[in-house]
Write a protein that binds this ligand. Structure first.
Ligand code: NAP
Length: 283
């Protein structure tokens, strides 16, 4: 059994981004990422801080907009519009979910397609379906990069994704399909879930329920990817997979923390670098 080291792979990705950033800076271009946080959700605050730290590490400029939960839709859209027009900002992301009363979809759609480094805009989502895209959503793309780093081939494998969110589950299934996996998507209405997951050569859990995937749900030798970020009964960070009891059945497994999470941020850095290049017509 191998524990996939997301921290190590993400460090390699960020090193590569930092190297390319140096070359861009020599041409007078410094990639810039704007992160919008509305309200004071503590988990979102941690994610935003991690994104900021990663920007510093790779040499990007980052600007954070911490807005009160009372921000109106008009104010938010006007900020997005301003950032769309700023030359020094190449990527814009708005931390989701937004507080009640604000429309997530409208804000995402207001972001310029070329600055949509989360790849959540519906036109970018459509392009992912077609396999013709500039940006891939950070979590699924980070997972694919981790699989590649460990030489885990998807081709011809039975892949099961638990979760069908627009951010993780659906695009994850699509990326596995693009690499010739035979993909099944499960969700809260799926009947006989364990029977399906036990067939999986590659099992991706993106549910949001602590230790939901137990050993009896996993086939011997499976690759298990845990996207979940939950708190257990002792308020300790844990995934959707019961890691301690599942790990010995797996050929590969990702830990939480230190698995998918760091890869998500590394991919955001890659996307922002790409956005800076696209906006400056650099290949
Ligand atoms: P989400 O939007 O809440 O989606 C959860 C999915 O799980 C839904 O499709 C839901 O089915 C399904 N589900 C819930 N209970 C189920 C059950 N009993 N059996 C089968 N399926 C079930 O969550 P998300 O945004 O995809 O995030 C999932 C987890 O990943 C969360 O813990 C989140 O914090 C974490 N996350 C981590 C990263 C990272 O970088 N590590 C990034 C994003 C998210 P229905 O559609 O039928 O409701």
């Amino acid at each position: 059994m191998t524990i996939i080291d997301g921290k190590k792979v993400s460090a390699q990705v960020k090193e590569q981004v930092a190297e390319e950033t140096k070359q861009l800076k020599a041409k007078g271009i410094t990639p810039g990422l704007a992160v919008i946080l509305v309200g004071d959700d503590p988990a979102s605050r941690v994610y935003v801080n991690n994104k900021k730290k990663a920007c510093e590490l790779v040499g990007f400029n980052s600007v954070e907009y911490a807005l009160p939960a009372t921000t109106t839709q008009e104010e938010l859209l006007s900020l997005v519009d301003e950032l769309n027009n700023r030359k020094d900002i190449n990527g814009i992301l708005c931390q989701l979910p937004l507080p009640n009363g604000l429309d997530d979809a409208a804000v995402i759609e207001a972001i310029s397609l070329l600055k949509d480094v989360d790849a959540f805009h519906k036109q970018n989502v459509g392009r992912i379906m077609l396999g013709d895209y500039d940006f891939l959503p950070c979590t699924p793309a980070g997972i694919m990069e981790m699989l590649h780093a460990y030489d885990i081939s998807v081709d011809g494998k039975k892949c099961v994704v638990i979760g069908r969110s627009n951010i993780v589950g659906k695009p994850m299934a699509m990326l596995l399909l693009h690499e010739n996996g035979t993909v099944t998507i499960c969700h809260s209405h799926t009947k006989n879930l364990s029977e399906i997951t036990r067939e999986a050569d590659i099992l991706v859990a993106a549910i949001g329920k602590a230790k939901f995937v137990t050993a009896d749900m996993v086939k011997d030798g499976a690759v298990v990817i845990d996207v979940g970020m939950n708190r257990d009964e002792n308020n300790k960070l844990c995934g959707d997979v019961d890691f301690e009891n599942v790990k010995d059945k797996c050929s590969f497994i990702t830990p939480v923390p230190g698995g998918v999470g760091p890869m998500t941020i590394a991919t955001l850095m890659k996307n922002t670098l790409k956005a800076a290049k696209l906006q400056n017509s650099i290949k």
